[in-house]
Structure formats: structure tokens, C-alpha cells
Design a protein around this ligand. Structure first.
Ligand SMILES: NC(=O)c1ccc[n+]([C@@H]2O[C@H](COP(=O)([O-])OP(=O)(O)OC[C@H]3O[C@@H](n4cnc5c(N)ncnc54)[C@H](OP(=O)(O)O)[C@@H]3O)[C@@H](O)[C@H]2O)c1
Length: 329
């Protein structure tokens, strides 16, 4: 199966590393682009050579070529879209994904932007064209929660989804709880360790978690909800005193996303939880609890970000497309 990768940052590099280290998967790289260059070869490109070139020159291919040339070439079966997230417009990924789906190519993405902006439209386009749109890596990094909802638990009715969906916030809350750090101290530490962006607004105000909750809710119940439908409270106003009060009751505080159509609930907010609760997890981990009619409660927990961890989710999507579509053609 031929793969084109748009974006060669942490995630794109992770994907290329796996393609290089696991040739037995049968995933052949035929196109790769970053913001200033691209490389296309329908005969196949050695992933390690691309990684070396990017490291030496900060370009993955020829200057003057771009993602658009790869999309025009059509020399791929699946587009892997891993450019930066723009939650407001979804661009440039939205244009890339529309183009790939519209010309009959499968798409795998880790980019929340296009799903926040146009999930329903993109699913309809994929259906019309008889191709797949997969996005496991957009929520919970390595955790296969989308696969659990759409495949493993497919015969279930889902009552609710509850989760720790942002590792930066979970790290800050863990450190405030464990060490009595103030919010500002814990945030500074998270920045120093590379767990928080220079501008952490999206994370600490709950917006990143809310976008992930929207993706989960639309996947689970096909609600067509957007970020505007989510009630959002971040952790930036949280004091050490609030955590101390929770600790007095043998509880702690976590930023929790909750969706339940039955209860009219679509909310991201700090919640007081008993320490024994399955969603009280440490550090940058993520967790999602699915409440269902047949399976009862299923909780998935794991690394919510990272180059290779996110690549794991993308490779899972690629192989599920290969198994479902490509080999039976
Ligand atoms: N990092 C994670 O752990 C993680 C986890 C889950 C989801 N995600 C999501 O996955 C996506 C990628 O994340 P990342 O951490 O790899 O981002 P990143 O390190 O910022 O890399 C983004 C890459 O996209 C390239 N790019 C920008 N505009 C482009 C364009 N118009 N055409 C082609 N390439 C373009 C950049 O090119 P240059 O190299 O030339 O700048 C860069 O290589 C984001 O949407 C992110 O939210 C990330």
C-alpha cells in the first residue's frame, strides 16, 4: 500500500521511523512534504534517507515542490495528514484532506483541526467516494479509543464517555496535588520538561480537551456537535487550596471531559474524584472511560502524545485500511 505523508514534525518523523524499521508491514512511502519542500517517487522512497535529509537541511525534499504536488500526482493510496492543528479553520489540513478524499484516496490524520471544522462533511465525502477517513491519533495519542468505539464495542449502546483528554493539564494537576506546587509553578515545570507549549492557552483553558470530546461524541453518537456546544472550564483558575480541600476528603481534582446525550451533557471542567477512581491517573497520561449497555464500563489508559506513540495509532489506522479495503479489491 502506497503512503504519502504531509508534515514531517514529531508525528511525521515517528511514522517514517516505523515505516523504515518495519518493512514487513508492506507500507511503501511514495510522497512526503514539509512546509517548504516535497519528494515524490511512485517507485518508493527510503524513509531513513528522508529523515537524514530533514535533519541535515531542515527540508525533506526539493525546494519548490509542495504538498499540492503530491496531491496532484495521485501517486498514493493513503494520505497521512500530520500538519499543525488550526482549530478555527482546520487549514492547511482541511484542503489537503478534502482533495485526497475527493479524488478517491483514503486519509489517516492526527490533526484535530479538520475534524473540529468539518467532521460531518468529511465523513460524507469519504462515504460518497467509498474511501476511509481514520483519525485514531486525534484523541488520546496511542490509546485505541476510536477503534474501541467503532469496532471492538460496536454492538453496544454508549451511555457516556468520560475522560482525561489533555496530558499537559493532567501533569499540572498531578504536580499541584503531589508537591503542593501553585498552578504557576507547575505550569513552569511542565514548560521546562516540554509537556506544555510556549503558549499553553489551548491546553489549560480546556479547549484541546473539548475538541477531543467533540470528536469522541461525534464518533460515538454522530451528533454533529462543535466546540461551541461544549461547556468549558479550564484549570487556569484552580488554587492549591481547592486541591487541599479535595485531599481532606481523600479526593483529588482532574480535568474531565464528559459526554452523555442521555443526560444532555457535553462538558469539560475540573472535577473532584476519589483517589481510587480509574480516571485518577498520573502525569501526562490520558484515559477514557466508556459506559455501555453490554460491556459495562471499559476504561482505556495510556500515553496521550509523543512521536512514536502517536505513530502507533496512525500505523494501526493504515493497517486497518489495508485489511478492509486494499487487499479485497
Ligand atoms: N506531537 C504529538 O504528540 C501529537 C499527538 C497527537 C496529535 N498531534 C497532532 O498531529 C499533528 C502533527 O503534530 P507534530 O507534533 O508533528 O507537529 P509539528 O512538530 O509542528 O510538525 C508539523 C509539520 O507540518 C509541516 N507543515 C506545516 N505546514 C505544512 C504544509 N502546508 N504542507 C506540508 N507540511 C506542512 C511542518 O513543516 P516544517 O518542518 O517545514 O516546519 C512540520 O514538518 C498536529 O496536528 C498535532 O496537533 C500531535
Amino acid at each position: 500500500m502506497r503512503i504519502a505523508v504531509l508534515g514531517l514534525g514529531a508525528v511525521g518523523k515517528g511514522v517514517l521511523r516505523v515505516l523504515g524499521e518495519k518493512p514487513e508491514l508492506g507500507l511503501v512511502l511514495t510522497g512526503v512534504a514539509d512546509s517548504t519542500s516535497a519528494w515524490i517517487d511512485p517507485a518508493g522512497i527510503d524513509p531513513q534517507t528522508v529523515l537524514d535529509r530533514k535533519c541535515e537541511t531542515n527540508r525533506c525534499g526539493s525546494e519548490g515542490r509542495s504538498a499540492a504536488d503530491i496531491l496532484d500526482s495521485g501517486a498514493y493510496d493513503v494520505l497521512v495528514e500530520v500538519t499543525p492543528t488550526n482549530a478555527a479553520t482546520g487549514e492547511p489540513a482541511l484542503t489537503h484532506i478534502r482533495r485526497a478524499l475527493g479524488t478517491g484516496h483514503h486519509v489517516v490524520t492526527s490533526n484535530k483541526g479538520p475534524l473540529a471544522a468539518a467532521h460531518t462533511e468529511l465523513e460524507e465525502l469519504a462515504r460518497e467516494q467509498g474511501v476511509a477517513l481514520r483519525y485514531e491519533a486525534t484523541v488520546g495519542g496511542a490509546i485505541p479509543v476510536i477503534h474501541a468505539i467503532t469496532r471492538g464495542l460496536i454492538g453496544n449502546k454508549f451511555h457516556s464517555i468520560t475522560g482525561v483528554l489533555n496530558g499537559t493539564c493532567n501533569y499540572i494537576l498531578t504536580r499541584m496535588d503531589d508537591e503542593g506546587l501553585t498552578y504557576e509553578q507547575a505550569l513552569a515545570e511542565a514548560r521546562q520538561l516540554g509537556y506544555a507549549e510556549a503558549d499553553p492557552t489551548y491546553d489549560v483553558r480546556g479547549i484541546d480537551a473539548a475538541i477531543k470530546l467533540v470528536i469522541l461524541a461525534n464518533t460515538c453518537w454522530n451528533l454533529g456537535v462543535t466546540l461551541d456546544d461544549v461547556s468549558i472550564t479550564g484549570i487556569d483558575g484552580l488554587t492549591v487550596d481547592a486541591l487541599r480541600l479535595a485531599a481532606d476528603q481523600d479526593c483529588t481534582i482532574r480535568l474531565i471531559g464528559e459526554a452523555s446525550p442521555e443526560r444532555g451533557l457535553l462538558r469539560v471542567a475540573p472535577r473532584v474524584l476519589p483517589r481510587s477512581h480509574p480516571l485518577v491517573i498520573e502525569g501526562t497520561l490520558n484515559a477514557v472511560m466508556l459506559s455501555t449497555d453490554l460491556a459495562g464500563e471499559v476504561t482505556l489508559m495510556g500515553r496521550g502524545a509523543g512521536s512514536i506513540e502517536t505513530a502507533s495509532a496512525i500505523i494501526g489506522d493504515l493497517l486497518s485500511i489495508r485489511d478492509r479495503f486494499v487487499e479485497c479489491r
